[in-house]
Design a protein around this ligand. Structure first.
Ligand SMILES: *Cc1c(COP(=O)(O)O)cnc(C)c1O
Length: 242
C-alpha cells in the first residue's frame, strides 16, 4: 500500500471547494453532491488521517483489502461511524464477504450478483444499499449492465428483501474533451430520470472522478467518487491486479 503523502488535508479542502464551485456554476444546490473519497491502495494510517480531516465514507475496489480496513476500524475505532462503499468489480464467488461487511455496493450489474448479495446479507445489518452499474461507453467492455437492460434489473433488485436500490453508477471511458466527457454523463442522467419517471424510489447517481468531477456535477451527478485528487497518486506496486 502507498505511504501517506503530505498534504491530505489541503487536497481535501481543494476538492471540496472545487465541488462547491461546480455546484454553484451548475445551479445545483450547495451540498447536493456527495463526495465519496476513494481510499483503494491507501493504508489504515492514511484513512485515519482522512477521518481526522472530516471524511467518514470511503470507496474500496478490492474485496480483501477493503475488508481488512473495515475490520480494523470496527475493532480499533468502534465509535467511528464510517460508511464503506464497494466500487470494484465483483465476482459472484466473492459476494459473501462484501454482503457481510460493506454498507453499499455500487457495481451490481447482473441479477445473479444481486440475488447472492441479498441472500448473504446478514438481516441484522439492515438492507445493503445498491447501485446498478451501467455500461455506458463502449470502450471499457469489462462491466456494467447494458442501458436497455437496466429497468428490468432495477425491477428485479427491488423485489430482493435485503437490498435497497438507491440508483445508478457509471465509469465512463476517459476522454480529453469536455464534450467527450459529457456525452456519457448526459446519457446516464437521462437513464436515471427515466427510472424515476417509471416510479423507482431512487436518489443516487454516482458518476464523476478526479478527472471529470466538474462535468459530472453539471450533468446531474449526486455522488462523485474521488481518489487521487484527495489521497494523491496511487502506487499499485505490490498489488496483484489493476
Ligand atoms: C479508483 C476509482 C475512482 C477514483 O478515481 P480517481 O481518478 O483516483 O479519482 C472512482 N471510481 C472507481 C470505480 C474507481 O475504481
Amino acid at each position: 500500500m502507498s505511504v501517506l503523502k503530505p498534504g491530505l488535508a489541503d487536497r481535501y479542502e481543494k476538492v471540496k471547494s472545487n465541488l462547491a464551485l461546480a455546484e454553484k456554476e451548475s445551479l445545483r444546490a450547495a451540498g447536493s453532491v456527495f463526495l465519496l473519497p476513494v481510499s483503494k491502495t491507501f493504508d489504515i494510517e492514511a484513512i485515519r488521517e482522512a477521518v481526522g480531516c472530516g471524511m467518514h465514507a470511503f470507496g474500496e475496489n478490492y474485496v480483501q483489502e477493503g475488508i481488512e480496513k473495515i475490520r480494523w476500524f470496527r475493532e480499533n475505532e468502534p465509535n467511528l461511524d464510517l460508511t464503506w462503499h464497494f466500487i470494484g468489480r465483483l465476482q459472484s464467488n466473492k459476494t459473501r464477504p462484501v454482503a457481510e461487511h460493506f454498507d453499499w455496493v455500487q457495481t451490481v450489474d447482473r441479477l445473479k450478483i444481486a440475488e447472492r448479495l441479498s441472500e448473504q446479507r446478514p438481516v441484522e445489518l439492515g438492507p445493503l444499499n445498491v447501485l446498478i452499474e451501467v455500461h455506458i461507453s463502449g470502450e471499457d467492455s469489462k462491466g456494467g449492465c447494458e442501458p436497455m437492460d437496466v429497468p428490468a434489473l432495477a425491477q428485479a433488485v427491488t423485489t430482493l428483501p435485503n437490498l435497497k436500490l438507491r440508483g445508478l453508477m457509471a465509469i465512463p471511458a476517459p476522454s480529453d474533451t469536455e464534450e467527450g466527457k459529457k456525452a456519457p454523463l448526459r446519457e446516464m442522467f437521462s437513464l436515471y430520470t427515466q427510472l424515476k419517471d417509471m416510479g423507482f424510489d431512487i436518489d443516487t447517481l454516482s458518476m464523476g472522478m478526479s478527472s471529470d468531477m466538474k462535468e459530472a456535477v453539471e450533468c446531474g451527478s449526486t455522488m462523485v467518487r474521488v481518489g487521487s485528487a484527495i489521497f494523491g497518486p496511487r502506487d499499485y506496486g505490490n498489488k496483484e491486479s489493476k
